[in-house]
Structure formats: structure tokens, C-alpha cells
Design a protein around this ligand. Structure first.
Ligand code: NAD
Ligand code: 13P
Length: 345
């Protein structure tokens, strides 16, 4: 049996957590995976040293996941083309805004028989066209791409707090799900498989918009009833959006999978989108400024997804059907008074 060679593409807070888990699991499943886990790291300087050198000497991603030993078989590589050389199990885990450039770099350099999985939470919108990133990766690279998403605040997963996640695999390709489960599951990080790449991806993207709404509500001091209402309405808008625009989404993904309701809840309680949205209301600062001040290089997704969803719904003339998504867009991007958050919901 040939062993899969893993490559992790991305090394932020979640990327580093996933690299650490994959590094441990390839050793546990030495029959299935090559022991070495290259990780593409976007190079930057930390106190005069290259981040890749710091990771490879200290074994820690001191900027994005300080305090955790990634393991001696996890190797930081600054050259993306080199990192993916020979890899047959490609894990995409970067903020979505950087994906396009990464794909351009590796197109035409993918090993035969390679498969991919997307851990990216966002949607790719061009006017009236919308795609999940697993489809973007699949189409650009010509390889099958699964999706992983769930209630997975990275710091909690890294700390070994019991968490669940969902892997969506392509219709008829359960073996892909089995491969990825082997790479990611641990006793404290439980993986469920479902034949639903679209539902898993879309729930992961749209819950970030709902989490922004929850943070705005927290900033206004509205309390638990309002936040629960936002979660409920957000889940309904998510479900309606998926079912209106993606015919292959399975209904059980919303309520029975970690990628559905559980991720929405954890993101509305914790998470970076919630936290910065609360600060947006309390400080009056812009999201750009708050991202710089509060997140130490980590990136926000929710406000960008709110904008992408708005562009798409406007192009389809369907904005009126998604009042919560639309309210988040107007408050975050068009200076709408945040006190109108719950009007017309
Ligand atoms: P992050 O927000 O922690 O880190 C930002 C990353 O972007 C860093 O690795 C940085 O090196 C990189 N970067 C900065 N500028 C860049 C550039 N110009 N080109 C390329 N890369 C650049 O990232 P993350 O938390 O690993 O998030 C990756 C994806 O995982 C996102 O879609 C996110 O929604 C999703 N996710 C995150 C979490 C979490 O708790 N952090 C959990 C689940 C899913
Ligand atoms: P934030 O990006 O809001 O931190 O959410 C992380 C996440 O996706 C948890 O599942």
C-alpha cells in the first residue's frame, strides 16, 4: 500500500492546530501516511528572525499558536511549490482571501492521485455566482476536494478540550472521508463523516456572519434572549440559503452535525468574529483597526462573508429573504446605526 504524503497549506491559529494533530496522527497511522508533515508558512519576520526558522528550531508557531509543540516531524516551509512537492493529501487551511494566489502557485504542480480537503470558512462570490472553496480548489487543481468544518475554536482544540467536527466528502467517495478522518481524529477531537461537502462548507461560512450579529448584540448589552434569537434566525437563514442556492445540501447537516448548529453556537459565544463585533460597538473603531489591535495577525472572516453574501443576494434580487445577513452587512460596511440590529427581524 502506498502511503499518503500530507501537506498543510496555511499556518495560522487553526492551521497550526491542525498541523500539530496531523503530525501526531501520521505517526499513529504509519501504514497510511508518510511521517513527514510539511507546512507552508507565509514567511514573516519575528524579532528579526524568519518565522519558518523559529518554528523549525523551537517547534512552536510563536505568533499564531504559542505554547504548543507542533512535533519534530512538522516542518515549516516558506516556498509553497516546494511544500506541495509529491504531496498526495493537501490540506487547505488559510484565510480565504489568500487562496487564489496559492492555487495559482501550485496549479500544474500537483502529484498524481492527490486529494484535497478545505478547512476554509468563506464563500467565493462573483456577482450572481457563488462557489464553496472546496469546489474552487477541486476545479482549479483537478483533484477531489472534501471539506472539514465544525465547532472548532482553535485554541480549545489545541488545548485538547473535547470537540467534534464534520468532514463532508463527495458523493460516492466515502474513502476520502475515511482518509481524512484518519489524519484528524483524536480521542479529544471527534470526526463525523457526511456525504455533503456543500452543506459543511456553507454552514462554516455563514455562521461567521451570524457570529458578527451576536457580537453586535453583546456590544449593545442586549442579553441572552436576543442572542438566542439571533442564533435561531441565523440558523434558519443559513438553511434557507443553502437549500435555495445549493441543491445537494443534506438537511441533517444543519442540526445533526457539528458543522451546523454546534459551530453556530460556539462562534456566537466565543470566537474572533463575535469578540471584535462586540468591540466595534463599544469602541466605535473600525473592524480593520480592531483586527490589528485585538487579533495579533489573525484574520476576520465574518464581515467579508457578509459582504460577499450581500453582493450575491443583491445580484439575485433576494436580499429581502435574508434580513439578518443583510443587517450585518449594512452595519459593518455602510454605517447603518447598530441600534437597528433587531429591527425587521
Ligand atoms: P489566522 O487568521 O490565524 O491567521 C492568518 C494567517 O494568514 C497566518 O497564517 C498568516 O501567515 C497568513 N497570512 C497573512 N498574510 C498573508 C498573505 N499575504 N498571504 C498568505 N497568507 C497570509 O488563520 P486560521 O485561524 O488558521 O484560519 C484559516 C481558516 O480556518 C479560516 O478560513 C478560518 O475561518 C478557519 N478556521 C479558523 C478557526 C480558528 O479558531 N482560528 C477554526 C476553524 C476554522
Ligand atoms: P472565529 O473565526 O470567529 O474565531 O471562529 C472560529 C471558528 O470557526 C470556530 O469553529
Amino acid at each position: 500500500m502506498t502511503r499518503d504524503k500530507v501537506c498543510i497549506i496555511g499556518s495560522g491559529n487553526w492551521g497550526s492546530t491542525i498541523a500539530m494533530i496531523a503530525g501526531q496522527n501520521v505517526r499513529k497511522h504509519a501504514d497510511a501516511f508518510d511521517e513527514r508533515v510539511p507546512v507552508w508558512v507565509y514567511e514573516e519576520m519575528i524579532d528579526g528572525k524568519k518565522l519558518t526558522d523559529v518554528i523549525n528550531t523551537t517547534r512552536q508557531n510563536v505568533k499564531y499558536l504559542p505554547g504548543y509543540d507542533l512535533g519534530t516531524n512538522v516542518e515549516a516551509i516558506p516556498d509553497l511549490a516546494k511544500a506541495v512537492e509529491g504531496a498526495t493529501a493537501l490540506v487547505f487551511v488559510m484565510p480565504h482571501q489568500f487562496l487564489d494566489r496559492c492555487l495559482a502557485t501550485i496549479e500544474g504542480h500537483i502529484a498524481p492521485g492527490a486529494r484535497a480537503i478545505s478547512l476554509i470558512k468563506g464563500v467565493d462570490v462573483h456577482g450572481a455566482d457563488i462557489h464553496i472553496f472546496a469546489d474552487v480548489i477541486q476545479d482549479r487543481l483537478g483533484i477531489r476536494c472534501s471539506a472539514l468544518s465544525g465547532a472548532n475554536i482553535a485554541s480549545e482544540v489545541a488545548a485538547g478540550r473535547f470537540s467534534e467536527t464534520t468532514i463532508g466528502y463527495r458523493k460516492g467517495f466515502q474513502e476520502d472521508g475515511v482518509l481524512w478522518k484518519k489524519l484528524f481524529e483524536t480521542p479529544k477531537f471527534k470526526v463525523q463523516l457526511i456525504e455533503d461537502v456543500s452543506g459543511v462548507s456553507l454552514c462554516g461560512a455563514l455562521k461567521n456572519v451570524v457570529a458578527v450579529a451576536a457580537g453586535l448584540s453583546d456590544g449593545l448589552g442586549y442579553g441572552n434572549n436576543t442572542k438566542s434569537a439571533i442564533m435561531r434566525i441565523g440558523l434558519i437563514e443559513t438553511k434557507n440559503f443553502c437549500q435555495e442556492f445549493f441543491s445537494d445540501v443534506l438537511p441533517e447537516t444543519f442540526l445533526e452535525e457539528s458543522a451546523g448548529v454546534a459551530d453556530l453556537i460556539t462562534s456566537c459565544l466565543g470566537g474572533r468574529n463575535r469578540k471584535t463585533a462586540e468591540a466595534f460597538v463599544k469602541t466605535g473603531k473600525s473592524f480593520d483597526q480592531l483586527e490589528r489591535e485585538m487579533l495579533g495577525g489573525q484574520k476576520l472572516q465574518g464581515i467579508h462573508t457578509a459582504k460577499d453574501v450581500h453582493i450575491f443576494l443583491e445580484a439575485r434580487n433576494r436580499i429581502g429573504a435574508y434580513p439578518l445577513f443583510d443587517k450585518v452587512f449594512h452595519i459593518c460596511w455602510e454605517d447603518m446605526d447598530v441600534n437597528t440590529l433587531t429591527d425587521d427581524l
